[in-house]
Design a protein around this ligand. Structure first.
Ligand SMILES: Nc1nc2c(c(=O)[nH]1)N[C@H]1C(S)=C(S)[C@@H](COP(=O)(O)O)O[C@H]1N2
Ligand SMILES: [Mo]
Length: 522
């Protein structure tokens, strides 16, 4: 380490020593940035750990021969070696950023930005929008650290050049204390970040290797379910675009081989299921739309997916609910709970699933890997427990799900809803304009969608669905005349009930009202 024992001003202001100190500031900034990025990724976005992401990108870009050579020569050490190379690359660049920053404020920014850019390309490769947050936050914290340290360093060197021994000693101390303290904290943070990333990535790798078993029955998706219109929500929501709601500060990381589900409470016989037990059971694939009770009218906290899983009613039948029970309190790994009516979960006509697959993939970690619940017709907060570990058969009189004491209704059946996806907003040219969107009333089904244009209602054309448990795309060809127009949508369910115009906020049991959009034509 350079210059630890230097005392005289003449020595420290030697250009070489200066450059080394500035370089160290950059390295500390780099370590801080990586620590922040890793910890943030661990907390909110497992696919957003930039070091792993850049490592995978390098593997993808390298010729196969070189990758194989690496595997053969290094064995299982290939990954740590690759990650170490990435870390050293980051430190080389942030060290350079520090050296440059010494000469002129912000001169180090491009080198730092280059590091973040590579990180962003790496996580962009992994595909989800939150995945960029750790890298951006890491960049910001890392660069601010560098700037703070370089500013202190500059003060020290300026004082040293002025040859006032007292203020030189003082500013030297101020710099060294800060550099030492921040360096230590960043080092500890980075080490912790690496450790948690390593456990997370073991589960992530197991997930990537896992091949879903084939279902005994599946819902064929009719070709007519997907209108394929520009800007319209696709019939099946890709996993990376699927909305996400969870209360846990960090994502539960559950290894499939450690997972068990216990059926407890008012049952004739407690049942414990392992992941292997679950895989050995007959699984079905069912398409169902999941919606959040917090979704505003026109909001996007709703998505449709094909879920592979085991019917919860079959598991409950094995446990034998006792008379008097009317609720199942499902509990997650993270302690979160949902209270679901027992009658819904035992209903032979409803595919309430313990799901392990989402759109043909193992459940993504953020959507509940290895196992979650999906219950058609109920909002997620009373039914869709992710990382589920226990089903307690109980009563509504005795137990409450997580959100109920916080002011949300104990029962959460979905309400009829519809949304205009296109035209988005702003202005469209006059002539034929396609108005399109989705409408849902899970487990009842959508029978009709109407478009209001300045108060006149017109029937929209409906796409097909797999059944009543999913949303339905719709469209209407509108002859748009110049001027400002109000578009509204309302759906009618298969019971003949028209979606209410009465506006209600999401709390306590779901928003209502018609989605309306004003469009300027011309
Ligand atoms: N463990 C756990 N499961 C949970 C939640 C949660 O906060 N923690 N949120 C619920 C809510 S409110 C909804 S709307 C759905 C959302 O599921 P998604 O994040 O896969 O879209 O999950 C449900 N399951
Ligand atoms: Mo929700």
């Amino acid at each position: 380490m350079p210059g630890g024992e230097q005392n005289s001003a003449a020595q420290v202001t030697a250009p070489v020593a200066e450059r080394r100190w500035a370089w160290l500031c950059g390295v500390i900034g780099g370590v801080t940035g990586m620590a922040v990025a890793d910890v943030t990724a661990y907390l909110i976005a497992p696919a957003g750990a930039p070091i792993e992401a850049v490592g995978s990108m390098i593997i993808d870009l390298l010729p196969a021969d070189l990758v194989n050579w690496g595997k053969e020569t290094l064995g299982t050490a290939d990954k740590p070696v690759l990650l170490a190379i990435v870390v050293l690359g980051v430190l080389a660049l942030t060290g350079l950023a520090g050296s440059l920053e010494r000469y002129r404020p912000n001169a180090g920014a491009p080198a730092f930005a280059a590091v973040a850019l590579v990180g962003l390309i790496g996580v962009g490769w992994a595909g989800s929008p939150v995945a960029v947050v750790p890298t951006l936050l890491g960049l910001l914290c890392g660069y601010l650290t560098l700037r703070l340290l370089v500013a202190r360093l500059r003060r020290w060197l300026t004082n040293a050049a002025g040859a006032d021994p007292a203020s030189t000693a003082l500013s030297r101390r101020a710099f060294l204390v800060r550099a030492g303290a921040i360096g230590l904290a960043a080092g500890i943070g980075a080490a912790l970040g690496r450790i948690v990333q390593a456990t997370g990535s073991v589960v992530e790798e197991a997930r990537a290797r896992f091949r879903l078993p084939a279902p005994i029955a599946r819902d064929p998706v009719p070709a007519g379910a997907e209108l394929g219109l520009d800007g319209l929500s696709p019939y099946l929501t890709p996993n990376t675009d699927f909305y996400r709601i969870d209360t846990a500060l960090r994502l539960p990381i559950v290894a499939a081989e450690d997972w068990t589900l216990r059926v407890t409470g008012m049952v004739a016989q407690e049942v414990t299921l392992t992941f292997a037990d679950l895989l050995a059971r007959p699984l079905v694939e069912h398409v169902a739309t999941l919606a959040c009770v917090s979704n505003e009218v026109g909001g996007d906290l709703v998505g449709n997916a094909s879920w592979l899983g085991y019917p919860i009613r079959d598991l409950l039948a094995q446990a034998g609910p006792l008379p008097g029970a009317d609720m199942v309190l499902s509990r997650s790994e993270d302690g979160w709970t949902a209270g679901t009516p027992l009658s819904v979960l035992t209903d032979p006509g409803r595919q309430a699933l313990l799901a392990i697959g989402m759109n043909g993939e193992p459940l993504p970690v953020e959507h509940g890997y290895p196992v979650r619940m999906v219950v058609p017709g109920l909002y997620g907060y009373v039914s869709a427990t992710k990382w589920v570990r226990e089903l307690k058969v109980t009563t509504f009189a005795q137990d409450q799900g997580y959100w109920t004491p916080l002011g949300w209704a104990a029962l959460g059946p979905v309400k009829t809803a519809s949304r205009i996806d296109v035209p988005r907003r702003g202005s469209v040219p006059p002539g034929q304009v396609v108005v399109a969107g989705v409408a849902w009333d899970q487990h009842t089904g959508i029978a009709r969608v109407e478009i209001g244009i300045d108060g006149d209602w017109h029937d929209a054309e409906l796409a097909e669905t797999t059944g009543p448990d999913t949303w339905r795309q719709w469209f209407y060809r509108w002859d748009a005349t110049p001027g400002e127009h109000q578009l509204s949508v309302r759906a009618t369910n298969t019971d003949g009930e028209v979606q209410t115009a009465t506006a209600a906020p999401p709390a306590p049991d779901g928003a209502t009202g018609w989605h309306t959009r004003s469009v300027q034509v011309g």
